[in-house]
Structures are given as structure tokens and as C-alpha cells.
Design a protein around this ligand. Sequence first.
Ligand code: ZN
Length: 342
Amino acid sequence: MKKRRNSSIATCFWVILVLLFILGLITHTLRLNTTIFPEEDSHSQISNTASHDVDSNFTTSESTKQENTSIKDKIEDSESTSQSSTTSETESVTEPTVTQPEETTQPSETEPAVKETDESLIETDPVKPIAGTIFLTFDDGPSLSITPQILDILKSNNITATFFIVDYEYGSEKEDLVKRAFNEGHTIALHGTSHQYSEIYSSLDALISNFETLQEKVFTSTGYRSYIIRFPGGSSNTVSKKYSEGIMTKAVEYFSTTDFVYFDWNVDSQDAGGAYSKEEVFENVTSMIKPNRNNVVLMHDSNNKKYTVEALQDIINWGIAEGYVFEAITHETPQVTHRIAN
Ligand code: ZN
């Protein structure tokens, strides 16, 4: 009896041992299943395996405490962990492919753009700060030989200027030049229908009429009503004294009560007399231009002013190199005027 009891205890012992071994095998294969996935894939799954490890550790520690945990529960656990591992896998797979490219493409797209603008800023920064403004002004035009050449040069340099024009015929090539100058952004200013001193300075009324008549003509041609004027000979002329004593003083007083604004000059190219080569025109202009002020340059675009045309590109190049900007006179430009001498 004792032997049979001992042998039955021994078989029970072996059966328990075999059951424990099988249980151990099941838990071991479960651990393998959960650890295989993270080793294959990215670092984000390591957190999942860590959580799986904690779970499996928890189950194994529990299994040691409660040896009678059923295999069914284990299978359910393994199903839930494999489900969670697959869902967390899809999340962890989709997450990097969606977020990581965004993170990598965003800087790679923005970084060069910022660099480009930085470089372009550096490149477009002027070598020198703005030294001053040059207002190129051309009197006594339009002329068929000179004005088109001046307009071409200004256009190729993307520079606007001011043309103090005299009379022209409607429907003429000169009117076309006035329209062209206006359309290309230049200021059409008024010198007068007549340049004859004996006529225009014969009386104040004659002088006023000289500007108003031309103003109306320009308005008809271009739709632009110009209020910018230049007295023939300048406001400092003394030749007018021959025809009317004190007419310049009266004219300045009168026009100050109107919308008309008159401009003289502070840089004289002397292309109307005194300069007999393009070098002289260039020298006269560049030697008188000063920084930190509005430089109003007197030039002419009447028929025989070829030195003006020849010197113009060099003057523009010099001005740009020296840091000046070129502008057309507007109604808002501060006046540059001479001292009245009559
Ligand atoms: Zn003139």
C-alpha cells in the first residue's frame, strides 16, 4: 500500500512537473512573440515592447503566484497583446512615415528659402548708402534728333527725368515724343509756348499765358495737367529787365498763390554754352553734384545738343556708382530756386 501510495505521489509529482514545464513553454513562446516585432522595427516600438515586457513580466510573476491561471486566460492575454501590438505597430509605422517626412521636409524647404532671401538681401544692399538725389532736367525740347535718344538712354537705365518742354503741333512727331515721355514715366513740365524773351517778359499776363496755354496743350495730348514750370533763363535772369522792370519778382509772387511750382537748377551742364564736348558736359555735371541734397541738373534736348546725349550714359553710371538715385520732379519735390535779380 505504501509503495502504491508512494508511486501515485511520484506520478502526481511528475504530472505537476510536466504541467509546469508546459506552462513554462507557453509563457516562453508568448514572450518570444511580443519581442520579435520590436527588434525588427523602429525605436518607437521599443516603448511598446517595454510595455509588453512589463505586461509579460506581470503575467509571469502572477503565474508564479497563481499557478492555477488557466491556459484560456493566457491565450486571451496573448490575443489582446498581439492585437495591441498590431495596432500599436500600425500607429508606430504610420506615425514616423507621416510626421518624420513632414519634420524633415519642412526645414529642408524653408531653410534654403531663408538662405536665398538672405543672400539676395546682401546682394541687393547698395554698396554705398544713398548719397543724394539727382533730378535730370531737359529744357527746350522736344526735338526729333535728340529727345528720342535721351528717352532711349533713360529707358535702358530705368531712370525717369523731367522735360521742361516748349510748344509743339498737335498730331506732330513732337507730340508723339511728349506722349512717349509721359507714358514712360517722365514728368512733362512747362517751359512755355514761346522762348522769346521779348514776348514772354513783355508783361506778367504774357508770362502767365505762356505757361497756361502750354499746360492746356499738354493736358489735351496726355490727359496730365502739369503745374511744374521753369522760367526761360531761370528765375534769376536779368534779361527780362530789358522788357519789364521787376517782372520776375511779380511772377514769383503771383505763381506762389497758384498751384504752379517753379524750379530752377543747382547743377549746370553748360550744354547751352560753355561746354563743347561730352567730356566737358560730364565734368560740369559731376563736379557740381553734391551729396545729401536734391541735385537739379540743367541740360537741354534741343536739336544740336549731341554732347548731352553722348555724356548722358557716363553721367548716369557715375551717379549710380557714387550712390545717387535718379528721380523725376513731382509736385511734392522741394523747390530748387535761384535768387531773384529782377
Ligand atoms: Zn530754355
